[in-house]
Design a binder for this molecule. Structure first.
Ligand code: KIV
Length: 276
């Protein structure tokens, strides 16, 4: 059986400028991860705006304890598979650990993920000087960039675990400064992960680019979840900021549609999914 998304309802392709228009119009952006063509087609058919091939695949697909073992070849392989399942959904792919170690490596990764695998945008973690230089270089070559701040999983060892960031005033101020720097470097989108609700709101108001939250509260311009978490697939404790959307439903498609509806209405994330 091949992945047939021909029956997906026709909709206008989601574009990078279109994401900014959604923020300006107050329309919530729905983002979910996908790692293969079949799940990508489910996202496509259920009206998800943005598909993210996250390096979280190292944990939920490959079974590692962090995202660090994921290579550029892995990312290109999964991104190409997801691209085959999509048509209107915007495709974003992660730069894996150390693919951003200098501008030359970041450009090589961007060229492969966009040119070879079919992504429309690449995501890069942090706001250190070499990351800002990489963002500028990618954008100068017409490769749109999504930043990623807060609990950046590639910094797990520096953080001493997957810990909520920006709780102290100075740390929160730093995240806001980083968001402004990532925007100034040319990023068109920002993922903000694992921060208190108030900081999620502050960052979302501080920047013009759309902010997609994951464990960053309800005030962000959109939400993203790891699909294995929101379908309750991976055994073990689900992160507090996630929700099992399959529970009480009888199909993956119904769960994805419910997630999209709850993000758009603001029903998700609820207070029990947030950090204060
Ligand atoms: O790798 C990933 O899936 C991500 C999301 C958790 C935002 O970066």
């Amino acid at each position: 059986m091949y992945v047939d998304n021909a029956s997906a309802p026709a909709r206008k392709p989601v574009t990078v400028p279109g994401l900014r228009a959604m923020k300006a119009e107050g329309r919530k952006i729905v983002m979910l991860t996908a790692y293969d063509a079949s799940f990508a087609a489910q996202l496509e058919m259920n009206g998800v705006d943005v598909a993210l091939v996250g390096d979280s695949l190292g944990m939920v697909v490959q079974g590692h304890r962090s995202t660090l073992p994921v290579t550029l070849d892995h990312m290109v392989y999964h991104t190409a598979a997801v691209a085959r399942g999509l048509s209107a959904t915007l495709l974003v792919a992660d730069l894996p650990f150390m693919a951003d170690r200098d501008v030359a490596h970041a450009l090589e990764a961007g060229a492969r993920l966009v040119g070879e695998a079919g992504a429309a945008m690449v995501k890069i973690e942090g706001a250190a000087p070499h990351i800002l230089a990489a963002i500028k270089a990618l954008v100068a070559r017409a490769i749109p960039v999504c930043g990623h701040l807060g609990l950046t999983p590639q910094s797990v060892h520096k953080f001493g675990g997957f810990k909520i960031q920006g709780r102290a005033q100075a740390a929160a101020d730093r995240v806001v400064e980083e968001a402004l720097a990532v925007q100034a470097a040319g990023a068109d989108l920002l993922v903000l992960e694992g921060v208190p609700v108030a900081l999620g709101e502050r960052v979302t108001r501080a920047v013009e680019i759309p902010v997609i939250g994951i464990g960053a509260g309800p005030h962000c311009d959109g939400q993203v979840l790891v699909i294995h978490d929101m379908l309750g697939i991976t055994p073990g404790k689900r992160p507090k900021f996630s929700k099992d959307f399959l529970a009480g439903r009888d199909a993956v498609a119904a769960a994805i549609a419910a997630y999209a509806a709850d993000v758009r209405s603001g029903a998700f994330p609820a207070p029990e999914h947030c950090f204060n």
